[in-house]
Write a protein that binds this ligand. Structure first.
Ligand SMILES: [Fe+2]
Ligand SMILES: [Fe+2]
Length: 261
């Protein structure tokens, strides 16, 4: 079992005190690791259905980051932003996010099962479905206004607002799915059913995209980030916080009175 899968299982097992999730044994499957080392199927090729959905959210979150950062640039200098990168981002969001992740997986396999299960998670399904629909309308708009060569200042401001509203909605949407919907969905299945669905999801992915749907999507968003100067993760490291009164007073003390480090 690879490290990422084990971490995911550990996190899923800690969701909601008292909630019993089937198959919650992060160390289970370590036998696979042995067979991997001895030349079997690579552990990374085994992706559970919930992990599949969550890593797809990762691709979509990277698209949201592109929208977020570009909205700031558009406001500062609309002429300096090439529409092409946004057009490519919206196409990726449409094909990978809306037509596959939402329409082929969530709306067919996850939402109906969670709705049937009832409780808190089921109460979210109506609004999550409405947000899928609103997201499609916003993507239509982004695709339409990024089809030309340059933005006017008026289009740039409206587009910036549309992208920011999509980011705000989808960040919350994906966070609720990751922390409430997917764990609730997992509880509706036995381990065997989840394994079977993991395979089914892979089949759907191959039908939709050919062999490497997820990997190709990761490559596409990586290329978009690079074209916009967003590929260096270090640029997003937060600056240090302002100095507090206490830190300032400590700095001004004579050395003998300073707290040992
Ligand atoms: Fe969704
Ligand atoms: Fe989702």
């Amino acid at each position: 079992m690879d490290v990422i899968r084990r971490q995911w299982l550990a996190a899923a097992c800690s969701v909601g005190a008292g909630v019993v999730l089937m198959g919650c044994n992060p160390s289970a499957g370590d036998g696979d690791e042995e067979s991997d080392k001895s030349g079997g199927k690579p552990a990374a090729s085994e992706v559970s259905a919930p992990e599949d959905l969550m890593r797809e959210h990762g691709v979509l979150r990277r698209a949201l980051l592109v929208y977020q950062e570009t909205a700031v640039k558009l406001r500062a200098a609309a002429g300096a932003v090439e529409p092409e990168a946004l057009q490519k981002t919206a196409k990726l969001f449409r094909v990978f996010g809306e037509e596959y992740h939402e329409q082929k997986l969530e709306e067919v396999h996850i939402f109906p099962a969670v709705q049937k299960g009832g409780g808190l998670a089921a109460a979210y399904i109506g609004v999550l479905t409405a947000q899928h629909q609103r997201g499609r309308e916003l993507t239509d708009y982004i695709l339409s206004v990024t089809a030309g060569e340059k933005f006017s200042a008026i289009t740039a401001e409206t587009l910036a607002r549309v992208m920011e509203s999509l980011v705000r909605m989808y960040e919350h949407h994906a966070a609720i799915e990751d922390t409430i919907i997917f764990p609730a969905w997992k509880q509706t299945m036995t381990l065997e059913q989840m394994d079977a669905l993991g395979e089914k999801f892979e089949e759907i992915e191959v039908q939709q995209f050919g062999k490497d749907g997820y990997e190709a999507a990761v490559k596409r968003i990586g290329d978009i980030e690079a074209s916009l100067g967003l590929a260096d993760l270090g640029q997003f490291t937060a600056p240090p916080p302002p100095e507090t009164k206490e830190a300032k007073a400590e700095k001004n003390k004579p050395d003998a009175e300073k707290k040992p480090q």
